[in-house]
Design a protein around this ligand. Sequence first.
Ligand code: HEC
Length: 159
Amino acid sequence: MIASRFLKALSAAMLAMIVPVLTIAPVAAAPTPQAAIATRQAGYKKMGAAMKALNDQLKSDAPAKAVMLDAARTIAATAPEQPKLFPAGSGASAGVKTDALPSIWTDRATFDSKMRQLLTESAKLVTVVNGGDVAAIRAQAKATGATCAGCHRQFRADN
Ligand code: HEC
């Protein structure tokens, strides 16, 4: 009896603590189309710079593993953020400069599958760079770059 009354009081107390937490927990605000465009463009620029840094090393006589690893990790960490930065309305109708083609929203499944290819290849890139075999790194850098180009051909205006 006492125990159950205690439990009831306890659960009421816990509920009193949990409910306000639930109600004031901020709902992640969806970015405005304009903010999403700016963020995704910054993300792509970052990946573009990382890809260049990687390829510059691969062209040099003594590719620096630390630089290549940093570049590979930048791509692998940035890529997963990109798909959520294409909300409806963030195409040309957003009124800011964007090279995102309307087909992203009419053929979203293909677009998302190309994003997933980048995730797969860039994760593999990190592993291969860690391995340190320059020929293998070169091959995987090419495979990763092909996923970028493959999406741009189909879904980006400026090629
Ligand atoms: C699934 C599709 C897709 C993949 C994969 C992809 N991109 Fe893009 N990329 C886009 C789209 C769409 C834009 C145009 C974004 C905009 O203007 O709103 C873009 C824009 C860019 C830009 C121009 C950014 C700017 O506004 O200055 C660069 C640079 C770029 N991507 C590099 C890369 C690199 C490097 C990779 C691979 C590591 C890559 N992208 C992979 C779709 C993709």
